[in-house]
Design a protein around this ligand. Structure first.
Ligand code: F6R
Length: 618
């Protein structure tokens, strides 16, 4: 995880780097730091805490903020606790070289011992300080320039990294490199300035041109010069592809909302439309998706589909399982990427693997993709971040067009992932003939209603807020759902845990009897999804069982429900839709509920403790 931001050019670098780091705080926010070069000296400022804490340090000391070259970092601790010393940037022993790093150097201990035997000493507990000293040692030994030293040092390193390195003895360049962690370079007009960042958001107001470094590549960035990109292993020069960015500043600002999470919850109608626009054509009775169309035979001949993902994306994958099996009659397995990759799974060339990831950078999902590819499977990606590592590593894919998701708790990513999976399932069902034309057509018409229904559903905010006020001090909560809504129960519980730190578990409603029922008493709020489709009567029976044990029932029901209304303590109504699409609606009240509880408890909604948006470590 961690975020990197840097600048080399003609403007004052400090505000660019610091504002950039703020936009990258979703990647980690337990410490922050910046090195500014003022033309003569390097000034280092770093601290435990957020970028705003870093600003407090530099507030009164203008000399720390002056200069046209700077590199900064926002950290999610891996090696070494979050404290001032372990914060980045890190200097080399001589003080000439300075480094910011996102990733993990797995063999740092061996390298450290070797460097200690050569007289190096270390101030921090980080793998990063080991790396910068390794670079220094190589530079001395080989008597080479910084770029070469970085390249040679990286060939000795095992692990993942995105790095930016500066050398005061050659203060006209920054060297960046990546393996497994992302890095983008913003290219200013006439090469007069360059921006370095973990994603393109830090420099979006300055340039729309960017180079995404590929794994195993290193770039030497010099003001007024063309960027030189080469492969680390074989030293081959690469023709770097300069891409045009679509991202806008407006997309990454709060737009009047108190938190990104609330903005993103409210963006869901638009995000879902953007995700199906141009793909779902109800008037023509077709779904167009190039990534599926071009590989249709792989899907139709697949023995099974394996979905790999983590966290919320895994929950979307579970909804996908119901969709694919129900509509397209293709067997599906849904796997936590972290388990799949280490389990020696049986994968063949007749398997289609679908990898789902909002960030497109999740280390375990990326590794699962590589494993599946090595076994000959066809791998399809469902990602939100354009140009991300997973989007590039997969054979084909479909983007969710949710727009940047900045709140750490995933909301619009989840619903847009389900939208893409619904489109794929419907498309395959039509192609296979497992759905009649009229049923297919009816699904398309119903899907078109979803954004408007969510819009209307969002109006229940005050009602959900009043429920949040009743249960905000609960210590434990249960979320129950069946069928398509079992994954929503898991997701509802995850949302509450993540941002309010209240313990919550999601369960298939019928499983309650096999254990969790023992927890139920008058203090236990139980959120039950009881929409009128699927297993309604069965869920009603489960609700009765909770009631007879004095549990508090908060039920999500379909508009017009009377039965559950009589039993439950609170009901939240959702509009009528096809059972397969109910997750797109039932998840909304749970998002709002978690949001309001977290706000009422005064928690940091957008940046909950210990979490990061992009989990680029295993
Ligand atoms: C939960 C959440 C995480 C992510 C998980 C996977 O709100 O955001 O559980 O879903 O870390 O991330 P991606 O989708 O980026 O692979």
């Amino acid at each position: 995880m961690c975020g990197i931001a840097g600048y080399i050019g003609y403007r004052e670098a400090y505000p660019i780097v610091v504002n950039g780091l703020k936009r990258l705080e979703y990647r980690g926010y337990d410490s922050a730091g910046i090195m500014m070069y003022d033309g003569k000296k390097m000034h280092l400022s770093k601290t435990k805490g957020k970028v705003s804490d870093l600003e407090l340090i530099t507030e009164k000391e203008t000399e720390r903020k002056h200069g046209t070259i700077g590199i900064g970092h926002t950290r999610w601790a891996t090696h070494g606790v979050p404290n001032d010393t372990n914060s980045h940037p890190h200097f080399s022993q001589s003080g000439d070289l300075v480094l910011v790093h996102n990733g993990i150097i797995e063999n740092y201990d061996t390298i450290k011992k070797e460097l200690i035997s050569r007289g190096y000493t270390f101030k921090s507990d980080t793998d990063t300080e080991v790396l910068i000293n390794l670079i220094e040692e190589v530079k001395k030994k080989e008597n080479c320039k910084l770029g070469k030293a970085v390249q040679l040092a990286l060939t000795q390193v095992v692990g993942a990294y995105a790095i930016a390195v500066f050398d005061i003895t050659k203060p006209n360049e920054i060297v960046v490199a990546r393996l497994g962690s992302p890095i983008a370079i913003g290219v200013g007009k006439d090469n007069k300035e360059f921006f370095i960042a973990s994603d393109t958001s830090p420099f979006i107001e300055f340039t729309k041109k960017a180079i995404y470094l590929e794994d195993g590549e290193l770039a030497i960035i010099k003001k007024d010069k063309e960027i030189k990109v080469r492969q680390i292993k074989d030293d081959k020069l690469i023709n770097a592809d300069i891409q045009k960015l679509q991202l806008s500043l407006e997309q990454i600002e709060k737009g009047g909302y108190e938190h990104f999470m609330l903005k993103e919850i409210h963006e869901q109608p638009r995000a879902i439309v953007d995700t199906y626009r141009g793909r779902m054509l109800p008037d023509e009775g077709v779904i167009k998706m190039a990534g599926i169309d071009d590989n249709m035979s792989k899907f139709l001949n697949a023995d099974r589909i394996i979905i790999v993902a983590c966290g919320t994306s895994w929950h979307a994958g579970l909804v996908g399982e119901y969709l694919f099996e129900d509509m397209a009659r293709i067997p599906v397995e849904v796997e936590y990427a972290s388990e799949f990759r280490y389990r020696n799974p049986i994968i063949t060339s007749k398997d289609v693997v679908i990898a789902i990831s909002q960030s497109g950078e999740t280390a375990d999902t990326l590794a699962a993709i590589k494993l599946a590819k090595s076994k000959g499977a066809f791998v399809f990606g469902v990602c939100n971040v354009v140009g991300s590592s997973i989007a590039r590593e997969t054979h084909a894919g479909a983007y969710t067009h949710a727009g940047p998701e900045i709140g750490v708790a995933s909301t619009k990513a989840f619903t847009t992932q389900i939208t893409v999976l619904s489109l794929i399932a419907l498309k395959l069902a039509k192609e296979k003939g497992s759905l009649s034309t009229s049923a297919f057509q009816a699904y398309l018409q119903t899907m078109q209603l979803i954004p408007g229904q969510i819009e209307k559903l969002l109006e229940i905010d005050e009602h959900v807020k009043s429920i949040a006020a009743v249960y905000k001090n609960a210590k434990n909560c249960l979320y129950l759902g069946r069928g398509y809504n079992f994954p929503v129960a898991l997701e509802g519980a995850l949302k509450l845990k993540e941002i309010s730190y209240i313990h919550a578990e999601g369960y298939p409603a019928a499983e309650m009897k096999h254990g969790p029922i023992a927890l139920i008493d008058e203090n236990m709020p139980i959120f039950v999804i009881a929409t009128n489709k699927g297993h309604y009567e069965k869920v009603v029976s489960n609700i009765q069982e909770i009631k007879s044990r004095s549990g508090k029932i908060i039920a999500v029901v379909t508009e017009g429900d009377t039965t559950v209304k009589e039993i439950a303590d609170h009901v939240i109504e959702i509009p009528e839709t096809e059972e397969a699409f109910t997750p797109l609606l039932t998840t909304i009240p749970f998002q709002l509920l978690s949001y309001h509880i977290a706000v009422m408890l005064d928690k940091n909604v957008d940046q909950p403790r210990n979490l990061a948006k992009s989990v680029t470590v295993e």
